[in-house]
Write a protein that binds this ligand. Structure first.
Ligand SMILES: *Cc1c(COP(=O)(O)O)cnc(C)c1O
Length: 429
């Protein structure tokens, strides 16, 4: 089903899927196979030359994964998508065809902690550089762009500090510089935020989180808007120049708006191998069918719990953009009109010790390093994910000693509030 005029609730169930041609199976089968039989030698040759689209080997393409790719691309309003083994794999897959030694990206200072490490440390091994800039300072973002900049990267709703990015304003800067804007839409999901409509070129996801929604499998996805002109200048030779591994084929000239997607499969997955397996795609397809229903409840619960916490004497601060007290409250209507997500931090009176007692005393909330599950989750970053950092670095990362990150699930809001209440009593008495 490719009719993209249907509503979101219809597309999250049907986009990309059709009854199995072999058996009529209504649910998308798990095609648990590595190889696919070629009709004959000419068919095989055409597939390997990219002259015909089909299945060769599951490192590149798999029918179950293909359904998920089409589903996510449709929900984001993109032309194509490539699924990968994790959200972090998706980030490397998004950057890989744009970058080269000596090239750089500009990224927001407010990002998922793992992304700060990936961009701040690990990508240096490829000769890539990342400049971290405060995305509320548009002049600083403009000033950071140089001749070697190949992308701008930010999160629509940043994990975890309740920050909402002005996607449109940053897209204008990327457009002027003729470079793509990449948005990590993990915390928002396409139900709450549509980055491509706000000017993004590429959207990346950790499907591990809300898209799967049940905390079972890791996965990632890169969605292409199909709107970027890769041949406007010589900055993106992966698309505009002949590709030796495919007899000098030029991806942009040959595949047009699908250039990024074809490159992601034919070069990215082929050579980097960060492939999503069909079982993982199956779990994510199960989850995505109820995405809008879950996100509505996530947001409704987050509003109730955040409002209750804000009025509680034992709490110093709540950073939820859905609250009027948030400096980003005004941006919600522009960037994520259906809600500010379900992730925020609280600062607890009583500091480090109180936070430790709080996470130990909670009964419904689990203390884990995940987020975006139907289950409510907490983590005390200063004693876990951010414990190697100095107190000053923790503070700058929004992970101070007295800060607890909360991912609100889809349970009864009253139960969540009662659980926080009893745990706060134990933490601060
Ligand atoms: C979890 C997460 C990632 C990394 O995804 P993995 O699937 O864990 O590799 C990237 N960005 C954001 C916003 C995340 O929440």
């Amino acid at each position: 089903m490719t009719d993209t005029t249907y509503g979101f609730d219809t597309l999250q169930i049907h986009a990309g899927a059709r009854p199995d041609p072999a058996t009529g199976a209504r649910q998308t089968p798990i095609y648990q196979t590595t190889g696919y039989v070629f009709r004959d030698a000419d068919h095989a040759a055409a597939l390997f030359n990219l002259q015909e689209v089909g299945f060769i080997y599951s490192r590149l393409t798999n029918p179950t994964v293909a359904v998920l790719q089409e589903r996510i691309a449709t929900l984001e309003g993109g032309v194509g998508a490539v699924c990968c083994s994790s959200g972090h794999a998706a980030q490397i897959m998004a950057l890989f065809p744009l970058m080269g030694p000596g090239k750089n990206i500009i990224a927001s200072t407010r990002l998922y902690g793992g992304t700060v490490t990936q961009f701040g440390q690990t990508i240096k091994r490829f000769g890539w550089e990342c400049k971290f800039v405060d995305f509320d300072d548009l002049d600083a973002v403009k000033a950071a762009v140089d001749d070697n900049t190949r992308a701008i990267f930010g999160e629509a709703i940043a994990n975890p500090g309740g920050y909402i990015m002005d996607v449109r304003a940053i897209a204008d800067i990327a457009d002027a510089a003729e470079i793509p804007l990449i948005i990590d839409n993990t915390s928002a999901t396409p139900y709450l935020c549509r980055p491509i409509e706000l000017g993004a070129t590429l959207v990346v996801h950790s499907t591990t989180k809300y898209l799967t929604g049940n905390g079972t499998v890791t996965g990632g996805c890169v969605v292409d808007s199909g709107k970027f002109d890769w041949s406007a200048n010589d900055k993106f030779p992966s698309f505009s120049q002949p590709e030796p591994a495919y007899h000098g084929l030029k991806f942009h000239e040959t595949f047009g708006s699908l250039a990024f997607t074809f490159h992601g499969i034919a070069i990215g997955l082929r050579d980097l191998g960060m492939t999503m397996n069909p079982q993982a795609a199956h779990y994510t397809l199960m989850g995505i069918e109820t995405l809008s229903l879950r996100m509505e409840r996530h947001v409704e619960n987050a509003m109730k719990v955040a409002a209750w916490l804000e009025n509680d004497d034992r709490i110093e601060k709540v950073t939820y953009a859905g609250l009027k007290s948030s400096p980003y409250f005004e941006r919600v209507a522009k960037v994520c009109p259906k809600g500010a997500g379900a992730l925020f931090t609280i600062s607890v009176k009583g500091g480090y010790e109180a936070c430790i007692k709080l996470v130990n005393a909670l009964e419904i909330f689990s203390h884990v390093a995940n987020l975006g599950d139907t289950r409510s989750l907490v983590i005390h970053s200063a004693s876990t994910t951010h414990r190697q950092l100095s107190p000053e670095q923790q503070e700058a990362a929004g992970a101070g000693q007295n800060v607890v990150r909360i991912s609100i699930g889809t349970e009864d809001a009253n139960d969540l509030i009662a659980d926080l209440d009893q745990a706060l009593n134990k933490a601060t008495s």
